[in-house]
Structures are given as structure tokens and as C-alpha cells.
Design a protein around this ligand. Structure first.
Ligand code: NAP
Length: 299
């Protein structure tokens, strides 16, 4: 393997430790511990696992987290009423509505209901809109895209003037990552399912962020020698040698690409751990915003 491994697990652990220390400093000063409320509607098993992981991470950082569960047949009004109640609760600094919501609920309307100052997932349309506007900073950046940027910055990657390719244009990963890279002065090409000649576009990329959800989509001979490759994909593939019968792979053929790239994130252990670390970071930021000391204090 030629590429340097970008160790997301270690970087995320360091960030979580930093958040924990800052929480302890707040509490020592008599300020309230940050409070996160999760909203889970229905019984989607994957969502239940994600919410459990988020509560556990909060607990480890001494962030107070409370879970709110509504049945799958909850009405739009019931979900929005709950969010309004959490908006009004001074002990709750961040609100996370676990997506996807059950069919029949209007996700965008629910996300719109979350107070901008408590939108720790960064999916409020105004927060997303500000990402696309020059000079207007969002209050919160969605956790996975923020994790991607943190890994690039932590690894000292020069983004200004770099050619970046983002594979995928979803609301939660591809599009915000592309906007953040533009903000960082990269020249960005966004590829999606209708893009022609994807390998040729990727060969021009100094930085590649892959978020398509297709196992090992990016091959070694597509990648420019020395490029930095961030693999957001998390895909299960069958593996009879594992007790579980499967293993996780990214959107990048790791072994091939690691021979060509300059730096690469593994799956698992790359972007995944950063997502939760950034949620904790955002919740601490929300508590600082609520202190009333303004933006300068919330960086
Ligand atoms: P998504 O909503 O399904 O979006 C996939 C994107 O890939 C779409 O923009 C789609 O294009 C594009 N695409 C699909 N097939 C393509 C092809 N053959 N060529 C080029 N582009 C193609 O997925 P997502 O939610 O963004 O997630 C992407 C991956 O990241 C998944 O593996 C997911 O599990 C993973 N993920 C990881 C984390 C983490 O914390 N590590 C967090 C979120 C997601 P169109 O827009 O044209 O359909």
C-alpha cells in the first residue's frame, strides 16, 4: 500500500475527547451541560441502532441526551408538536430528528420546524441554503459532510485551487460536501447517475469524495496518482468467512486505490466515526449559542 491511511477512528476519538473536555470546562464554570434531544418515529431497526449509538456517545462526552419516541403512525401534527415542545425547552440545546421518517410524513416540514439554533444535524433548509451563499455561514454543518472536511483539514490537504470530484449529489452527503469544498476554494465537479465518463473526470481529481452507495465502485486505474481519496460509502457485501456472513466495504476498491492514491480513508474506520464526533461537536456549539454570548463564542 502506497497511500497514507487517514485514520478516521483515531481522529474522531481525539475530537470526542476534546468535546468532553470542553463540556467539563463549561460545567466547572457553572454553565449547563449541553443537552441533545433525539426524535425517533417508528421502529426502523437501523434508525434505532443509530439513535442508540448517538445516546451512548453523548453519555461518554457528558452531554445530556433524552430520547423521544413516537409510533410509526404518528401524525404530522404530533411530530411537529413534539419538535415545538423541544424548541421551547431551555435544557435542550440540540434537536435531532432521525431520518428517514415513516412514509406519509413530510420530512422537510418537520426539519423546517426545528429551531435554527438547535438544528445540530444541519438539515434545516436555511442552514443548507447558507452553505450555498458566499459569506453566509450556516449555524450548523451536517455531521457527515463536516466529518469529511475535518478529515481533509486534519490531514493538511491543500484544498485551495485543488480539483475535487464529488461522487453523489444527495442532500445529506454529496451536495453539502460539494458546497463545502467550493467554500474551501476547490474547483468542484459533481458526478451523479447521469454523468458521462466518470473515470475520466476522476482521473483529473486531486481530491475525490465518494458517496454513491455502490460497493467498490471506484477502481484503482480511475485515480490520479497521489490523489486524496475520502470514501463515505458503507456497503454490506457477502463474506462467508465472517461469522456475520457479511463485511463492510466502501464505494472505493480500497486495495487497488491505495496503491495509487496519496492518502485514503478506510471503511470501516474512516468517515463513519467522524459523523458521531461531529454531532457531539455541533451539540456543544448549540449550547454555546444558547449561552447568549453570540457567534464568536460558538466557533
Ligand atoms: P443516496 O442518497 O442514495 O445518493 C447516492 C448518490 O449517488 C446519488 O446522487 C446518485 O445519483 C449517485 N449515484 C448512484 N449511482 C450512481 C452511478 N452509477 N454513478 C454515479 N453516481 C451514482 O446515498 P447517500 O445517502 O448520499 O449515501 C451514499 C453512501 O454514503 C452510502 O453508502 C451510505 O451508506 C454512505 N453514508 C455514510 C455515512 C457515514 O456516516 N459514513 C453517512 C451517510 C451516508 P442521482 O442523484 O442521479 O440518483
Amino acid at each position: 500500500m502506497r497511500a497514507k491511511l487517514i485514520d478516521g477512528k483515531a481522529i474522531a476519538e481525539a475530537l470526542r475527547e476534546e468535546v468532553k473536555q470542553k463540556v467539563a470546562e463549561r460545567v466547572k464554570k457553572g454553565l449547563p451541560a449541553p443537552g441533545l434531544a433525539t426524535v425517533l418515529v417508528g421502529e426502523n431497526p437501523a434508525s434505532q441502532v443509530y439513535v442508540r449509538m448517538k445516546h451512548k456517545a453523548c453519555q461518554e462526552a457528558n452531554i445530556i441526551s433524552t430520547g423521544n419516541v413516537l409510533p410509526a403512525n404518528a401524525s404530522q401534527a404530533e411530530v411537529e408538536d413534539l419538535v415545538h415542545k423541544l424548541n421551547a425547552d431551555a435544557n435542550i440545546h440540540g434537536i435531532l430528528v432521525q431520518l428517514p421518517l415513516p412514509a406519509g410524513l413530510d420530512e422537510e416540514r418537520v426539519l423546517n420546524t426545528i429551531s435554527l439554533q438547535k438544528d445540530v444535524d444541519g438539515f434545516h433548509p436555511i442552514n443548507i441554503g447558507r452553505l450555498a451563499q458566499k459569506g453566509r455561514e450556516p449555524l450548523f454543518i451536517p455531521a457527515t459532510p463536516a466529518g469529511v472536511m475535518y478529515l481533509l483539514e486534519d490531514s493538511g490537504v491543500e484544498l485551495s485551487g485543488a480539483n475535487a470530484v464529488v461522487l453523489g449529489r444527495s442532500n445529506i452527503v454529496g451536495m453539502p460536501v460539494a458546497l463545502l469544498l467550493v467554500k474551501a476554494n476547490a474547483t468542484v465537479t459533481i458526478c451523479h447517475s447521469r454523468t458521462k465518463e466518470i473515470p475520466a473526470l476522476i482521473r483529473e481529481a486531486d481530491v475525490l469524495v465518494a458517496a454513491v452507495g455502490i460497493p467498490e465502485f471506484v477502481r484503482g486505474d480511475w485515480v490520479k496518482p497521489g490523489a486524496v481519496v475520502i470514501d463515505v460509502g458503507v456497503n454490506r457485501i457477502e463474506d462467508e468467512t465472517r461469522k456475520s456472513g457479511y463485511r463492510l466495504v466502501g464505494d472505493v476498491a480500497f486495495d487497488e486505490v491505495a496503491e495509487v492514491a496519496g492518502a485514503i480513508t478506510p471503511v470501516p474506520g474512516g468517515v463513519g466515526p467522524m459523523t458521531i464526533a461531529m454531532l457531539l461537536h455541533n451539540t456543544l456549539r448549540a449550547a454555546r449559542l444558547a449561552d447568549g454570548n453570540g457567534m464568536a463564542n460558538a466557533a
